[in-house]
Design a protein around this ligand. Structure first.
Ligand code: NAD
Length: 257
């Protein structure tokens, strides 16, 4: 039976890229989605096409990670559907519906982003880690948080997104420290500018910034770039690393003069 990873928000974008790359490398995947079942079905079909072994399984689990009851249901389904759970990729996340200057940031948008981008992954991870602990089975388990360069880069027109991702980065460090004695690995992946539905509204703005040298590798990142990174972390080859931050940003984070 192949190792199984749960990927939150796997219906499209970066989450889909992660599911496909895991499938290519022999993993089974539990594809969590919140609303759009059709795109989640498409991800499942793409995983099936990408897989190479009949022992791999791909299943859909509908759950809104911002809802505590749905997180509980997601926990139960994740441990029962494939009979094993080896890793968790906290990918699901949202951008503000509207961009406001930081001094006018609305509380409603702040609350929504905290619920989805921060509380959701933190408390889902807590549930799953505690279940592994209860089963005496934390050794070699891998938890990956998809944060963002916004964890440490200011964007004044989406402060709530930056704060949620900065909190998630600290969450990754906290889980890494708490779970290291049990043999579990925790990693944080910080994507830069990745071409997905999330960034489609600001595509021309980023096209110009990338062309002008903002990203040293002078291109957009892809969901596949992030997926390949997750697979590397899931390989078990980073055996003396935990709490490690991996930028997937074409060099965007490098301070330059
Ligand atoms: N696109 C980028 O440039 C970029 C850069 C850095 C970090 N990220 C992060 O990567 C992750 C994926 O982003 P993306 O660009 O693929 O976005 P996307 O909007 O294309 O996909 C996000 C996915 O998460 C799901 N989702 C949203 N809320 C959910 C919830 N409450 N419960 C379960 N699923 C939910 C959506 O349905 C969707 O499938 C996010 O955490 C995002 O913050 C994206």
């Amino acid at each position: 039976m192949a190792q199984t990873y749960l990927v939150t928000g796997g219906g499209r974008g970066i989450g889909r890229g992660i599911c496909i790359e895991l499938a290519k490398k022999g993993f089974s995947v539990l594809i969590n989605f919140a609303g759009n079942e059709k795109t989640a079905e498409e991800t499942k079909a793409l995983c099936e096409q990408a897989s190479s072994s009949p022992t791999q399984q791909f299943s859909l689990i509908q759950a809104d990670i911002s809802d505590p009851l749905q997180r509980e249901a997601l926990l139960k389904a994740s441990f029962s559907l494939h009979g094993r759970l080896d890793g968790l990729v906290n990918n699901a996340g949202i951008a503000p519906k509207q961009r406001f200057d930081f001094l006018d940031m609305p509380q409603e948008s702040y609350d929504r982003l905290m619920d989805v981008n921060l509380k959701g992954p933190i408390f889902l991870t807590q549930l799953i880690a505690n279940e592994w602990k209860r089963q005496g089975d934390l050794s070699e388990k891998t938890i990956i948080f998809i944060s963002s360069v916004s964890s440490d880069t200011v964007s004044l027109n989406r402060g709530e997104y930056c704060i949620s991702k900065a909190g998630l980065s600290m969450g990754a460090s906290l889980f890494a420290t708490a779970l290291a004695p049990y043999g579990a690995y925790v990693f944080e992946v910080r994507p830069g500018i990745i071409k997905t539905d999330m960034t489609s509204a600001v595509e021309s703005k980023y096209d110009a910034l990338i062309a002008s040298g903002l990203v040293p590798q002078v291109r957009w990142g892809t969901a596949e770039d992030v997926g390949k990174t997750v697979v590397s972390l899931a390989s078990g080859n980073l055996s003396f690393s935990t709490g490690t931050v991996i930028y997937v940003d074409g060099g965007l984070h490098i301070p330059r003069l």
